[in-house]
Design a binder for this molecule. Structure first.
Ligand code: F3S
Length: 410
């Protein structure tokens, strides 16, 4: 690989042990993917952050970099923590688990990370602009910044993300290159030109992820003006049910003002049609049971915005959550604080709902509660919950989730 003088200096250890190790790893990855050089990035986002999925080996990697004196060269944010950062005991987190998570936090503090603990760094001041190269992990965030903002990132992986933050570089391959960003499959939405209902966004995302695989889809026929929260939910689901990192949403994606622009020099290799039957059928696939007593209603995957929390308040309309049901909403510290200032936090608590902060149902030890059935409005959560939470799952609209929380069953 062609390296600049500064990159060579890092590789030779002239800038310290940590950049040397990080550069050695990145060069190996770059060679494996046929990258000709490294590209400077303006930020990094790290998933090597939650104990539940990084295990002891991940803790040791963080601590090793910290012990080598690593400092992040570009603004580097962290994915959610493996436990509630405000009150981990209240969520039955085992103390030995909490201790490991705290070691991770300490290592990143030493390295100068932005202690964001969210999958939405782009919703908290870190949004890259069109064409900007970044090195992010967290599949939902990568799908969003490529598809909605037109920024450029591959779905980086744990450890590589730390190396990117330390060096401020990533190998130039995949979605950093123009030729790999053009569409390869046409997806026609044939639903009579109507806008999608809110619940249909994560369902369409789930369908796209499953159907497109590694292809770059070009979705034509989305009408209306989807909200950022709806796109967030759709792309998180798409990046969960498949390896999707970029899908062109014609009229939304900056590189896809028209179908022709999205395909560039390519011809569609195949065409997929989404009809009125597709979305209800997909929704069915997203549930492991149709009706059950609901032990946990879990919202906020990706982390809920304040507007989404306000919507839940409206849907609850002063009704209490059923006695045998837990109702948790996952969000960022910033949104939690806003909810507290607005009095929403206290109101939610009085109705039996809880805000869980800077973590989520999939990466915290939810399985320690012994829940049998979980209900969610998240396509990503419905995909992973059986594996990660060891529960049955029912997907529903936010309104249906709130009704289930109040009645305690579906
Ligand atoms: Fe975020 Fe956790 Fe969902 S990291 S996208 S809330 S799985």
């Amino acid at each position: 690989m062609l390296l600049t003088n500064e990159e060579e200096a890092m590789l030779k250890g002239e800038q310290g042990e940590a950049p040397k190790l990080a550069m050695e790893i990145l060069v190996k990855v770059g060679e494996k993917f046929g990258a000709r050089r490294l590209v400077p990035v303006t930020s990094a986002h790290i998933v090597l952050a939650m104990y539940k999925s990084i295990f002891d080996a991940g803790v040791e990697v963080c601590e090793k970099f910290a012990a080598l004196g690593a400092k992040f060269r570009v603004p580097t944010t962290l994915d959610p923590s493996g436990m509630d950062t405000q009150d981990w005991q209240a969520f039955k987190t085992p103390p030995e688990y909490a201790a490991k998570q705290q070691r991770v936090a300490k290592a990143y503090e030493q390295m100068g990370a932005i202690m964001s603990w969210t999958c939405l760094p782009h919703f908290m001041g870190m949004a890259p602009r069109f064409g900007e190269h970044v090195g992010w992990t967290e599949s939902s965030a990568v799908a969003f910044i490529n598809s909605v903002l037109g920024a450029r990132s591959n779905r980086e992986t744990a450890v590589i993300d730390v190396c990117i933050g330390i060096t401020g570089r990533t190998p130039e391959y995949g979605l950093h290159l123009n030729e790999n960003r053009y569409g390869t499959v046409l997806v026609n939405l044939e639903i009579g030109g109507r806008p999608l209902a809110a619940w249909e966004y994560p369902v369409l995302g789930y369908f796209l992820g499953k159907t497109l695989g590694s292809d770059v889809g070009v979705v034509a026929g989305l009408s209306g003006s989807p909200k950022m929260d709806e796109l967030k939910s759709m792309l998180a689901a798409a990046a969960a049910s498949g390896p999707l990192a970029l899908v062109h949403l014609v009229g939304i994606t900056p590189e896809a003002r028209t179908v022709g622009e999205a395909f560039g020099p390519n011809q569609p290799a195949r065409t997929v049609t989404v009809t009125e039957e597709t979305l209800p059928a997909t929704r069915k696939e997203m549930c492991t049971v149709e009706s059950a007593k609901i032990d946990l209603v879990a919202l906020g995957c990706p982390h809920y915005s304040i507007a989404e929390i306000q919507n839940v308040m409206k849907l609850l309309a002063g009704r209490k959550v059923a006695a045998q049901t837990e109702f948790w909403i996952y969000t960022t510290k910033q949104v939690r604080d806003l909810a507290e200032r607005m009095g929403i936090l206290a109101e939610l608590q009085a109705l039996g709902a809880r805000i869980a902060t800077e973590t989520c149902m999939l990466i915290s030890p939810v399985e320690t509660w012994g829940f049998k059935t979980l209900m969610t409005d998240s396509g990503k959560c419905s995909y992973y919950a059986p594996m990660q939470c060891k529960t049955d799952v029912i997907f529903g609209s936010t309104a249906e989730c709130v009704e289930a929380a109040v009645r305690g069953r579906v």
